[in-house]
Design a protein around this ligand. Structure first.
Ligand code: DLZ
Length: 200
């Protein structure tokens, strides 16, 4: 069925040459897990190799901008074979920390290029205080800043919902038939990763 909302008809892009990171918060895990698997599903469907997908976690959404920035910088350092470390944390540490679920060969010694796109995923659910507004605002601006400062596409996978139900719906876990928004983020990462090269 044709819908008004959404990114339009599905596009086909060859992601087989791309390297993509997913950085996700752990707050609201049930929704997060579904969004992450949706993003990963569409990355793989576009041809991104499992070994070129790195998944990193942080406690909450507030931590996403820094994690994205550091992960990207680390991947650049690694690509330049100058694993010197930034402020005491080496690129190798960042890309293979014990809390990191690393897919495939991200830990291997094979040369890796910098990430072509990074997907930041978090779920903020409004509570009784102003916490939600402050975090949503800070994270949105932080992710945009990292994207524009670094030039790497940062896909905005931050759900800012008023209720748990709204979050579940947008992860494809509700009753309304709404699709998993994580899938859109995976596709957006491939499209932007490729277009960024064209626009270089
Ligand atoms: C503290 C907090 C609250 C109340 N709610 C959420 C939320 O709904 N989603 C989310 O991703 N994180 C939440 N956090 C945690 C903050 O993002 C952050 O991890 C902590 O304030 C520590 O910096």
């Amino acid at each position: 069925m044709t819908t008004i909302k959404g990114p339009g008809a599905a596009q086909t892009h060859d992601g087989s040459g791309l390297r993509v990171a997913i950085v996700h918060a752990r707050w609201n895990t049930v929704i997060i897990e579904q969004l992450v698997s949706g993003a990963k599903k569409n990355l793989l469907a576009a041809g991104v190799l499992e070994e070129n997908i790195t998944v990193q976690t942080v406690p909450g959404s507030y931590e996403l901008p820094l994690a994205v920035q550091r992960l990207y910088t680390a991947s650049q350092l690694q690509a330049n074979s100058s694993v010197q470390g930034i402020q005491g944390i080496s690129a190798t540490d960042l890309l293979s920390s014990p809390t990191t679920e690393v897919s495939g060969a991200a830990n291997s010694t094979s040369p890796k290029k910098p990430f072509d796109a990074i997907i930041a995923i978090g779920v903020l659910i409004k509570g009784a205080t102003m916490h939600f507004e402050y975090i949503a605002d800070a994270v949105s601006h932080g992710l945009m800043r990292v994207q524009l400062d670094s030039g790497v596409p940062v896909i905005f996978g931050l759900l800012t919902v008023l209720t748990e139900e709204q979050g579940l719906e947008r992860a494809g876990l509700g009753n309304s038939g709404m699709h998993n928004h994580g899938e859109d983020w995976g596709s957006a990462a491939v499209e932007l990763g490729l277009k960024r090269r064209e626009w270089a």
